[in-house]
Every structure is written in structure tokens, then in C-alpha cells.
Design a protein around this ligand. Structure first.
Ligand code: GSH
Length: 251
């Protein structure tokens, strides 16, 4: 009997969902997606994800939360192609870059920037806090870009020999930034600008673009239907409900 396709719970617009989808693609694994915005998760979603965050992976009897946990599970269970570099020191550095992306880039790119411009408007019907957006654009994003510019080995390069988990974890945040019209200044951060173009041009990201663009221009209540019509591999069942709830960690 052929294995059931994996189910990924979470919107195409989440950088953490995109990270998992990119890993699934690179490993050639089939999946279906329940493209929910996490605030719209129902009670069954709360049981699946006790902190009400996406992504969640359901792989037959295995249910996992957190993009890093999910990608490590995929790496353990489907080791080829390997998404971590060879050698203990390089593997540790790749994990650090992934952690830096998930935590620091997540904080700035998503909570201080995307949250203000997209979530506040389209989930809660609130105006953005312009001071937070300005601080992100003027101070915090440049600090992150300075750091990444130093960490990248050279123009046209990934962090290690070939596209891997560190690249995926970092690049995914730039796609959200791009969706709200942010572009890396190539004169100030040439390595990062080059890295972003190259990484986001890889099939594992590029194939998701139409579904991300569609999600951006479609009211949340119609995401699932519109994505299915556009050919996304949408799951049969959904963990969504019509009314949003505030998140466990932040409002
Ligand atoms: N560390 C988690 C972070 C996941 C996360 O923050 N997901 C966001 C969507 S981009 C979410 O579900 N937010 C809802 C909330 O925090 O209430 C991971 O790597 O999966």
C-alpha cells in the first residue's frame, strides 16, 4: 500500500510553513496542505498545536509542531538529499543560522513588520503601528542584513556548498518581505541581495509563488477554495473556523 501523503497545516504566507514545504519539495515528498491562517484554527487545531501556531505536520500517526522539529524529522526519516552540511562544526553552524532566522528574523520580519502591515489589517481590521514598522525598517532589519552579509561566504554563494537548511530558513523571510514590497538594497548588502534572488529562484520556493500571490489578494475566508481552484494540493479536511481568536503568545 502506498503511504498516505503528509498533511501540512498552515498558510502559504507563513515563512515557517514555506520552510517546511521547501524541505518536502527538496526531498521529493508528496503532501497536501490545509492552508489556514493560525488565528482561525478550531478546537481540533488547539489540540494539534497547543500554542496555536503553524506549521503542523501530520504524517500518518506522527503529529509534529514547529518548523525546525518538522524539518529535523524529515531529515531523520528521509535522509536523502541531506539538508545539513557535513562535519560537526558546519552542522552546528547551520543549526545556529536556522535558529537565528526562526527567532530573530521571525521577531523582526514577521512580528514587527508583516504583523503590522498584513495581520493587523486583514485579520483584526486594525491600522498598523507605524513606529514599529519604521523601527523595523530603519534599525532592526539593517542589523540583521549586516550580520547576514558578513556570514555569507561570497557573492553568488549559499551559506555552505549547496542549498540547505540554513539557506531555506533565512531566505523564506525575504519572501514575506518581498510580498509587502521590501527589497534588499544591492548596493548596501550585495551578498544578501544576490543570495535572496538565487535562493528564492530555486524550484522549492518558486513553485509556491503563485499560491502565495493568490493568498495575498484573496480574502482569508476564501483562501482554501481559491487555492484548490488554482491547483494547490489542498487537504480534504480543514482545521479552520470562521472567527479568529487571539494567539497564545501575542495579540
Ligand atoms: N518556532 C515556530 C514559529 C511558528 C510561528 O510563529 N508561526 C506563526 C505563523 S508565521 C504563527 O502560527 N503565529 C500565530 C501565533 O503566534 O499566534 C516554528 O518554527 O514553526
Amino acid at each position: 500500500m502506498s503511504p498516505q501523503p503528509k498533511i501540512v497545516v498552515g498558510s502559504y504566507l507563513s515563512p515557517y510553513v514555506r520552510k517546511v514545504l521547501a524541505c518536502l519539495h527538496l526531498k521529493g515528498l508528496d503532501y497536501r496542505i490545509d492552508p489556514i491562517v493560525p488565528f482561525y484554527g478550531n478546537d481540533a487545531f488547539s489540540r494539534l498545536s497547543p500554542v496555536r501556531r503553524i506549521p503542523v505536520l501530520i504524517d500518518e500517526d506522527v503529529q509534529l509542531c514547529d518548523s525546525t522539529v518538522i524539518c529535523e524529522y524529515l531529515e531523520d526519516r528521509y535522509p536523502s538529499p541531506e539538508l545539513h552540511p557535513a562535519g560537526a562544526a558546519n552542522r552546528a553552524r547551520a543549526r545556529w543560522l536556522e535558529e537565528f532566522a526562526d527567532s530573530r528574523m521571525g521577531d523582526v520580519f514577521i512580528w514587527r513588520y508583516w504583523n503590522q502591515l498584513v495581520i493587523r489589517r486583514f485579520v483584526w481590521g486594525e491600522e498598523p503601528d507605524q513606529a514599529l514598522v519604521d523601527a523595523a525598517l530603519g534599525t532592526e532589519m539593517p542589523q540583521i542584513l549586516d550580520y547576514l552579509e558578513d556570514e555569507l561566504p561570497g557573492a553568488g554563494s549559499y551559506f555552505f556548498d549547496s542549498l540547505g537548511i540554513a539557506d531555506i530558513a533565512v531566505a523564506t523571510f525575504f519572501r514575506n518581505a518581498e510580498l509587502v514590497s521590501y527589497r534588499v538594497d544591492p548596493a548596501r548588502w550585495p551578498r544578501v541581495a544576490n543570495f535572496v534572488d538565487q535562493a528564492l529562484g530555486e524550484d522549492c520556493f518558486a513553485l509556491l509563488r503563485p499560491f502565495e500571490d493568490l493568498s495575498m489578494r484573496t480574502p482569508i475566508a476564501r483562501h482554501r477554495e481559491a487555492l484548490a481552484e488554482a491547483g494547490a494540493a489542498v487537504s480534504e479536511e480543514s482545521f479552520a473556523e470562521p472567527t479568529p481568536r487571539r494567539g497564545v503568545f501575542r495579540t
